[in-house]
Design a binder for this molecule. Structure first.
Ligand code: F6P
Length: 489
């Protein structure tokens, strides 16, 4: 059945249970305190117990809202306008033409996805041809691609890091500093070519970033929930301020829906309960995210962090062992290309999966000749037809007893998330819906969705290994690890 939320609808017809049956089977998994918890979340009062801080990403959607004229907001807006109008000059007097966001995880995935999805909405009058690039990986592979196409004199780097201490990010920054040395002094770089976005103002100051080039957000905004905050600077630089604000407005409309809509009409709650049912009762351990609009093709990567870093846990919020499965493996890819890659396995392989299809029904193409506009509209219909067809085959299946190769088992449950059009508002609503789904599942599974101890542990072991590689320690690990270290040394 199709349920309408703000800017977004959800069709759950291809789930094993109707909404009524779901509420009979799974609603009791929603604890009594769920209502109190979601109110706390939306007021910024919900606690992240292990890190002893409130969870404030929902509040952060208001920080830049039109009505609030705080200094922070004004400086954010002024910076965006200055860069987009070509009034931000580099140290040698040339306007900045390129911006490189350096950050990883939540400091990369959300901003990159948002910038990519919404770049066509840029419509401010003073648009300057500003190119925004993203560099995240510690191996330098992305720097190899970006450095040759930018000029030190006309490039601004955004160091995006909630902690302002992530090794991956500063490995990239260190290389950038070496790269620009022939053209600029370090003082020139710091004064004109870098801004910092972080929850750690002191670390930005210690690094030498001038106060006017520091953008902060609250400790309570988790990295994977931060695209709404100052961390969304690279989105705003891509689109201009108004589309960024519209994105926040769409997310806020979804917040209200999450708080107020009856549970059986509530999109995030339905996504959460079907997910819990599929995980617990059907025993399916994975969810494929399949967007059918190229502008959303980074959604699977983003949701991997949002969901798996939040709910891939084996301990409760008060550190007791959990004896049941929690968040599923999130994977997927851009649907139209997936059809020519992994869909074969989905149609006829042996494995169980669930899927979220995301379809955008209509796309305007102003600015093109009429014939091209018609061609693009036709392509959007083609994509939607394929989305509906593959989703149907995965659910209905198709029998041909005489020919096993013409047999499609079907029965794979899926959701269809529908946007009439992709707009900043519908994009914001989509992402907020997933955030609230993840929160709801975390409450159901009684875990803390806002920490990531497994990742922190991995980072610590990496430092131990690096010390051995650098010859600073002779710790040993296991036969395989030690052999590779020996080979490298
Ligand atoms: O991967 C762990 C993690 O802490 C993520 O939660 C976070 O988004 C990412 O690293 C980057 O952290 P930071 O923004 O502090 O550089």
């Amino acid at each position: 059945m199709i349920k309408n939320g703000p800017y977004l609808a959800l069709d759950t017809s291809y789930q094993k249970l109707s909404v009524d049956e779901l509420f009979e089977a799974a609603a009791e998994r929603l604890p009594e305190h769920f209502d109190g918890y979601r109110q706390q979340l939306c007021r910024g009062e919900y606690r992240n117990l292990s890190e002893d801080r409130p969870v404030t990403h929902v509040l952060s959607r208001s920080v830049h809202a039109v009505a609030k004229q705080s200094n922070r907001k004004t400086r954010f807006v002024e910076t965006v306008q200055k860069l987009r109008s070509g009034r931000w000059l580099g140290a040698t007097g040339k306007p900045i033409t390129d911006v490189v966001n350096i950050g990883v995880g939540g400091s990369d995935l959300g901003p990159q996805m948002g910038a990519f999805a919404l770049r066509e909405f840029a419509n401010d009058s003073a648009v300057h041809n500003l190119q925004v690039h993203f560099v995240s990986s510690m191996d330098g592979g992305q720097l190899y691609a970006v450095l040759p196409i930018v000029d030190p004199e006309t490039t601004l780097f955004i160091i995006s890091s909630k902690s302002f201490g992530t090794v991956d990010t500063f490995a990239n920054v260190d290389t950038v500093r070496k790269w620009l040395e022939p053209a600029l002094t370090q003082d020139q770089w710091l004064a004109n070519h870098v801004v910092g976005v972080s929850a750690n103002a002191q670390a930005m100051t210690d690094y030498g970033i001038p106060p006017a080039q520091q953008f902060t957000f609250g400790e309570g905004v988790g990295g994977r929930f931060s695209l709404w905050s100052a961390l969304g600077l690279s989105i705003a630089l891509t689109t201009g301020i108004r589309p960024f604000e519209r994105m926040l407005e769409g997310a806020k409309a979804m917040d209200e829906h999450f708080l107020e809509a009856p549970l059986a009409e509530n999109l995030p709650v339905l996504l959460a309960l079907y997910g819990v049912y599929n995980r617990e009762q059907l025993g399916i351990n994975n969810l494929a995210i399949l967007p059918y609009d190229g502008r959303l093709r980074m959604l699977p990567n983003y949701l991997q962090q949002l969901d798996m870093e939040s709910n891939g846990k084996q301990a409760t919020a008060v550190n007791k062992a959990i004896g049941y499965p929690t968040g599923p493996i999130i994977w997927g890819g851009f649907g139209p290309n997936g059809q020519h890659a992994f869909f074969q396995h989905l149609h006829q392989g042996y494995d169980e999966f669930t899927a979220d299809f995301v379809a955008v029904l209509k796309r305007e193409a102003p600015g093109f000749e009429k014939t091209v506009q018609d061609g693009l509209a036709e392509q959007q219909r083609l994509a939607v037809a394929n989305c509906l067809a593959h989703r149907r085959l995965m659910w209905e299946g198709s029998e041909n007893e005489a020919s096993p190769s013409d047999h499609y088992p079907g029965g794979h449950p899926s959701n269809l998330l529908i946007m009439d059009e992709l707009t900043p508002e519908s994009f914001g609503a989509l992402i907020a819906a997933y955030e609230h789904k993840v929160f709801t599942q975390g409450v159901i599974w009684n875990l803390n969705s806002f920490d990531q101890p497994g990742v922190e542990k991995g980072k610590k072991i990496a430092l131990d290994v690096l010390r051995v590689l650098e010859g600073e320690s002779d710790e040993t690990f296991d036969e395989s690890t030690d052999a590779i270290i020996k080979r490298m040394r």
